[in-house]
Design a binder for this molecule. Structure first.
Ligand code: UDP
Ligand code: MG
Length: 313
């Protein structure tokens, strides 16, 4: 049984040695499994690549892949999954926020055959700014109301999957990737393990609030077309509103015998502005989907590999 452990790394020179040590220890305690470690350098600007190379020189279980620039965690995870040769494949972050000590329990669950995926979720958001937690909750609420797959609040990318699951994920080569959705979409039996949030061991998070916001929009647009319906509903509602107002105004004019054309000017203007705003919003939503379609149609590769060891075996 071969297990591949895949780690996306972006500026993780400080964290990598800790992770490596922890993984060696955990895997040393599970001698029944062979393992390979796939380290994906996602265009780091620090010494991450040379740290990886040093490790690979000493340990031939390490396969490093280095991108030509930063392509994002989603692309790095895909590259790791594509390179993995294992019967089981694990995904974890480099910063020890995904505790390697959970791995043996995850392996046991797969061994017992009760699940095809052992995934993890954080039960607390300790150490996270409250505003970030608030928006994260709203996001999960929103996306789950409008998609047929359930995206679990607090789900991490930290998981171990069997080969059929990995193959299913690799069959989804869309370039606008939203892994949480993709993992949910492929299905299979998933067992969830829960753990408390752990702060990263070294270095700093690459997720600014703005980046997270864009990621959330990405998630919504990738997994539901519900926002497109907003335009239809809002359009219907405003037309109905306009009709009711017209009727009211007509009756009002007849009763009070006012036929002055100028009297309607302010309401006319505000209606026009309101409708203009609605139309622009609808166009924006359509544009968002069109842009995504455009990017997919180009079907560019998800990432470019500048160098790697073990390319041919
Ligand atoms: N990461 C990556 N490419 C990026 C950003 C992040 O490969 O563009 C990796 C990063 O090295 C880490 C994991 O993705 O292993 C999670 O990133 P981070 O810890 O910054 O996110 P957080 O845990 O704060 O959500
Ligand atoms: Mg982290």
């Amino acid at each position: 049984m071969l297990i591949s452990l895949t780690v996306p790394c972006y500026n993780e020179e400080e964290a990598l040695p800790f992770l490596y040590e922890a993984l060696c220890k955990v895997m040393g305690d599970c001698p029944q499994y062979d393992y390979e470690l796939i380290l994906v350098n996602d265009g780091s600007t620090d010494k991450t690549l040379s740290v990886m190379k040093d490790m690979a020189a000493k340990d031939d279980r390490i396969h490093y892949i280095s991108f030509s620039r930063n392509f994002g965690k989603e692309a790095a995870m895909y590259a790791g999954l594509a390179a993995a040769k294992g019967d089981w494949v694990g995904l974890l972050d480099a910063d020890m926020q995904d505790p390697p000590s959970l791995l043996p329990e995850m392996f046991q669950t797969l061994e017992s055959g009760e699940a095809d995926i052992v995934a993890t979720r954080r039960v607390s958001r300790k150490g996270e700014p409250p505003i970030r937690s608030f928006f994260a909750r709203r996001f999960y609420h929103l996306i789950n109301r409008h998609t047929d797959v359930e995206i679990v609040d607090g789900a991490r990318d930290f998981r171990v999957m069997t080969r059929p699951v990995v193959d299913a994920i690799l069959k989804m080569p869309e370039c606008q990737r939203f892994s949480k959705g993709i993992f949910a979409w492929v299905g299979f039996r998933t067992k969830w393990l829960e753990y408390e949030n752990i702060e990263r061991i070294a270095g700093e998070t690459k997720w600014s609030f703005w980046k997270l916001f864009l990621y959330a929009i990405e998630g919504i647009v990738s997994f539901t077309t519900a926002p497109l319906k907003i335009a239809t509903y809002v359009g219907l509602l405003t037309s109905f509103g306009a009709f009711v107002y017209l009727l009211y105004y007509f009756i009002h004019a007849i009763i009070n015998r006012i036929w002055d054309k100028v009297a309607g000017y302010p309401s006319l203007l505000s209606f026009m502005l309101f409708l203009g705003g609605m139309i622009l919003m609808a166009l924006g939503i359509i544009g968002e989907y069109l842009a995504k379609t455009y990017l997919e149609v180009k079907s560019r590769p998800l990432y470019i590999i500048a160098e790697e060891n073990k390319k041919d075996d």
